[in-house]
Design a protein around this ligand. Structure first.
Ligand SMILES: Cc1cc2nc3c(=O)[nH]c(=O)nc-3n(C[C@H](O)[C@H](O)[C@H](O)COP(=O)(O)O)c2cc1C
Length: 344
């Protein structure tokens, strides 16, 4: 598959593994790159959250592969020297999301890395263009983890049109809800040069995700996720107000997800409960971070087989589209043989 993204990085497939905090370590990034995509190591909260893997160690695992690194921008602003440490490993690109990328752009460029900015609104697109981003990722609210309000289906083509007018050489990727070849093919049709995939790789063999979390997720449907600010209020993580957190529903979110103000007010006592649950990996309380496409995920295969299946399915769908013969719908290859979501 050839797109402007595959040309830009000399990769085989237009599939990027999202730099997921506490999930995309060096092994997952390396596995995606070995399979022909591009793996981005999750620099996450730049060490400010606690419990994050040591970035240098993860970057060491990915040496010898094509790779990039990603940060949560507002967190990186608190420890900006971490960018220099990451750049010392010579990533192909740095992916910044959730905050103003402009203060970091020059340093990234000077070190020969491309800047990728994930955006959630047209205002963010303008900031990314001012920062000189090579690639913009339009993230829809279906996405797992943090995000904002726009939905992938209308947001991606709107950004594609905007870039066609204002900056046609800037590449565009789609993120949010893309878990199989249908999503990849659709994203290319919407005008994207490729996709950023999070939740699907979150449930892969090489991810740092605790098995107990994916064991729950494979039985969940897309109805079982919720977007809330309550969890950050409870954890005391200072996320900017425009972003909320999509997670799998559990006992804790059932109680607090729609009571954000009360959760913030109860910060002290809830923070203790949350921290204790995190220490014992109690997923009735602790967040399981996954997007709406969790309803398309029923297993935890290798990242390489995920890339291969996405590409095979997307190619078949695009070829079939070219014949304009849409015939009856065929079952998605990833589906379990018996039962639908209602019987799970
Ligand atoms: C477990 C998890 C952790 C994430 N952590 C980050 C992060 O640290 N930085 C970031 O820019 N995006 C993060 N994201 C969001 C991804 O960049 C991406 O937008 C999203 O995963 C795409 O949607 P999908 O999950 O439906 O594939 C995370 C997503 C998930 C599922």
């Amino acid at each position: 598959m050839r797109t402007r993204l595959t040309e830009e990085f000399g990769i085989h497939y237009p599939i990027v593994c999202a730099p997921m905090a506490l999930v995309t370590g060096g092994r997952l990034a390396a596995a995606v790159s070995s399979a022909g995509g591009l793996g981005l190591v999750g620099g996450g909260y730049a060490g400010t959250l606690g419990g994050e893997p040591e970035l240098g160690q993860e970057l060491a695992h990915v040496q010898g592969h094509k790779f990039g690194v990603g940060f949560i921008t507002w967190a990186l602003a608190r420890v900006p020297h971490l960018l220099d440490e990451a750049l010392s490993y010579s990533p192909l690109c740095v992916f910044l999301s959730f905050g103003d990328p402009r203060p970091f752009a020059e340093r990234i460029r000077r070190n020969g890395a491309k800047l990728i900015c994930q955006v959630q609104s047209l205002r963010h697109v303008d900031q990314a263009l001012e920062a000189g981003a090579t690639i913009i990722v339009a993230q829809g609210s279906e996405a797992g983890g943090h995000g904002a309000k726009r939905s992938t289906l209308p947001f991606v083509p709107e950004v594609a049109d905007y870039l066609a007018r204002c900056s046609p050489t800037t590449l565009l990727l789609a993120a949010g809800g893309i878990a199989d070849g249908r999503g990849l093919a659709a994203a290319l049709m919407l005008g994207a040069d490729g996709v950023v995939v999070g939740t699907r790789f979150w449930a892969s063999a090489e991810a740092l995700t605790p098995p107990a979390a994916t064991d729950r997720a494979v039985h969940a449907t897309g109805d079982d996720t919720v977007r809330t600010k309550a969890l950050d209020a409870v954890r005391g993580v200072p996320w900017p107000d425009e972003f909320s957190f999509r997670v799998l529903s559990n006992k804790f979110t059932e109680q607090w997800a729609h009571r954000e103000t009360e959760a913030a007010a109860a910060f002290g006592s809830l923070a203790t409960i949350y921290a204790e649950a995190r220490a014992r990996q109690d997923f009735d309380v602790m967040a399981i971070v996954a997007g709406e496409c969790v309803g398309l995920i029923h297993d935890r295969p290798s990242a390489g087989s995920i890339v291969e299946a996405m590409v095979t399915q997307a190619k078949a769908l695009l070829a079939r589209g070219a014949t304009l013969d849409f015939g009856p719908r065929t079952a998605n290859p990833g589906l379990p043989q018996t039962g639908g979501s209602a019987s799970r």
